[in-house]
Design a binder for this molecule. Structure first.
Ligand code: UDP
Length: 241
């Protein structure tokens, strides 16, 4: 194992939005391939890598609800959306980047993914396989951010890496709306919760706080960013106790 690795096991959260790339909807092969390459780069450093994928590029439960759909049904559809993204990423990782991947889903889709089995996921990681967790938590009224926090804790990841595609960390206000907003390099979980900085939802954040799980928010689409984080370089924004 490389000595420059600060985190031996990580969980990377990829939002659905990061799958859309230039296309603006659905999954864009260029964006997926770029993300797969970043994952490969850290795997080659010996980092055990698990991934939770979002589904917001295809369907968000609360959005569908606002258009008249039953919330639980919409949320289940959202969970299915994450499986579509997981398959796209799995395909790119395996066929174009030569990695071994196992996708585990929180809702049963046995023809296309393993069911989520914690000990089996850990075994895959130990064998150097990338594990993609699809289907969120398997429960409506939850988010894939909560799934990311939950799975991180379950597999004892050293850090939860929250990948962004339009911002390089946590800001006092949305930097796309307020260009003068200051970046926050470090804050505690408690501060993040109190200041409602929209890093992730409160359920996810409090799970991280209660279990002492550090979070790093960073721009995955900034060249080399994930490898720098793995090496312990101060990049992005850190939430820790
Ligand atoms: N979802 C859910 N339970 C979960 C995870 C996700 O019901 O545990 C649904 C929810 O409707 C959500 C959608 O799946 O809007 C897509 O996930 P999310 O919005 O978290 O994806 P992201 O914002 O990361 O793209």
């Amino acid at each position: 194992r490389s000595t420059s690795v600060k985190y031996e096991r990580v969980l990377l959260k990829l939002s659905g939005e990061s799958f859309t790339g230039e296309r603006g909807f659905g999954t864009d092969s260029g964006a997926v391939s770029y993300m797969a390459q970043q994952i490969k780069n850290i795997c080659e450093l010996g980092v055990e890598t698990a991934i939770v994928v979002g589904g917001g590029n295809i369907l968000r439960g609360w959005e569908a609800e606002s258009e008249g759909m039953d919330r639980s049904t919409a949320d289940y559809a959202g969970m299915l959306a994450t499986i579509i993204n997981a398959l796209a990423l799995q395909d790119s990782l395996e066929r174009h980047h030569g990695l071994e991947v196992r996708t585990q889903s929180a809702i049963t889709v046995q023809q296309i993914a393993e069911p989520y089995i914690r000990r089996r996921a850990i075994r895959h990681l130990e064998k150097g396989r990338v594990v993609i967790f699809a289907g969120g938590t398997g429960n409506p009224f939850m988010t894939t951010d909560t799934a990311a926090a939950l799975r991180s804790i379950e597999i004892e990841a050293k850090v939860l890496l929250m990948a962004k595609n339009n911002v390089d960390g946590i800001y006092e206000a949305d930097p796309n709306l307020f260009p003068d907003a200051a970046k926050i390099d470090f804050l505690t979980h408690q501060e993040a919760l109190e200041r409602r900085l929209r890093i992730m939802d409160a359920t996810a954040l409090s799970l991280c706080m209660d279990n002492d799980l550090p979070i790093i928010v960073f721009d995955l689409f900034e060249t080399g960013s994930i490898e720098k984080i793995i090496a312990g370089d101060p990049l992005g924004s850190v939430v820790a106790s």
